[in-house]
Design a protein around this ligand. Sequence first.
Ligand code: TRP
Ligand code: SF4
Length: 407
Amino acid sequence: MGLSGISRQNQRVLSGMRPSGRLHLGHYHGVLKNWAKLQHEHECFFCVVDWHVLTTHYENPEIIEQSVWDMVIDWLAAGINPGSATLFIQSKVPEHAELHLLLSMLTPLSWLERVPTYKEQQDKLKDRDLSTYGFLGYPLLQAADILVYKAGAVPVGADQVPHVEMSREIARRFNHTYGKEPGFEEKAEAAIKKLGKKNAKLYNQLRRDYVQEGNEESLAKAQALVEGNASISIGDKERLIGYIEGGGKIILPEPQALLTPVSKMPGLDGNKMSKSYNNTIEMREAPDSVESKIKRMQTDPARVRLSDPGNPDNCPVWQLHEVYSPDDVKQWVRKGCTTAGIGCLECKQPLVDCVVKETGEFREKAREFEENPEMVRAIVAEGSEKARDVAKETMDDVRQVMGLAYR
Ligand code: TRP
Ligand code: SF4
C-alpha cells in the first residue's frame, strides 16, 4: 500500500506482549528500547495480552497474575512512561473480546489455518493442547487488539508479520462488507462541498488523478488535504478518504507492521537470548549474578592456555562487546585476543561493568514500583480505562454497521 496507508492512518501505534514474567536483556534491546523511542513519536498503546497466554496455557492460570505485574514493572523500568504511552491489560478491555467475536463471523477458517505460526507452534509445543478453538483464533484475537484502536502501525518482529498481514485482510473484508452505507456517493459528494470551493476543486482533481492514473502521490496528497481539514466531521473525513479509493467508508483502517530493527542481542552462549535456551540475563539481575554469568561464559575453544591466541569471531563474549563496547575497547579486545595479550577474564571485565551498570539502572527504577505495587496497579487501571474509551468508540461504529445498534 506504501504511502497511502501511512498518510491515511493517524499512525496510532499498538503493540502487545504476552506476560511471561520477568523480562531479560533480549526483550529490552529487541523490543522495549524501541517502544520507549516510539512513545515520543506517536500515540502509543502497549497491551499486556493475558488472554493470549490462555490460548496456549489454559491449564496454568496460576502463572498469569504474577507474570503480568513482573512484566509491567520491567516495562516501566525500561522507560515506558505512563505519561507518554497507554499501558493496559487486554482482559480489562472486554471490547477486544467483542470485536474478536464479531470478526469471527466473517473470518474464513482457511485464513486461520494457513497462518504459519498455527502449524509451527503445534509441531513445536507438542506437550501442549493446541487443538483448541482458542488457539486457532490466536491471530484473530490479535487482529481485534489492533483494529479496536484503529492503530496504523504495529511494531513487531518478523515472526509476527503474518499476523499483522491477516489483520489487514480482515479489516479489508470488514470494510468491504460493511463500509457501503446507503447513499454513500451522495454523502461523499455532499462532504466534498463542505471542503470549500478551492479545496473541493483540488480534491476532485487529485481524486481523478488517482482513479484514472493510479497516481499514488495524488492519493497521498488528497488524504493529507482531508486529514488536515479542521471543519468537517470525522464521518465525512472517512467518507472522503474512502471515496478516493473507490471503496466505501473505512470503518477499520488497515494497520501496517512496523518491523522492529533486528536486535543482535546474543545470549550467554552466543545464540539469541531466550528463556527457552536458558542463556539470559534478566533486566533486574543482581550484580553478583551478572558477574558470575559473564565470567562463566564459554570463550573461543582454541584458547586453552593464556598463551594461545584466540579469534573473537569464534567467541560469544565478542558478540556482547559488539553490543556494549565502544570502538577503543573493541580494538583492545581484538588485538589482545589475537596476540594472546589479554586473558579471557580480563576481556570480560568491561562487559561485566557495562551490564552491571545497565541492569543497575533497571533495578533502581524497578525498586520504586516493587516497593509500591499500588502505584503499578493504578498506572494499569488508568491505562486500561483510557484504552477502553477508545475501544468503545470503535465498537459503537462496528455494532452500528453490523445491525446491532439498538435504541
Ligand atoms: N502475538 C504477539 C507475540 O507473540 C503478541 C500480540 C498480541 C501482539 N496482540 C498483539 C503484538 C497486537 C502486536 C499487536 O509477540
Ligand atoms: Fe573471547 Fe575475549 Fe577470550 Fe578472545 S579474549 S576468546 S574475545 S573472551
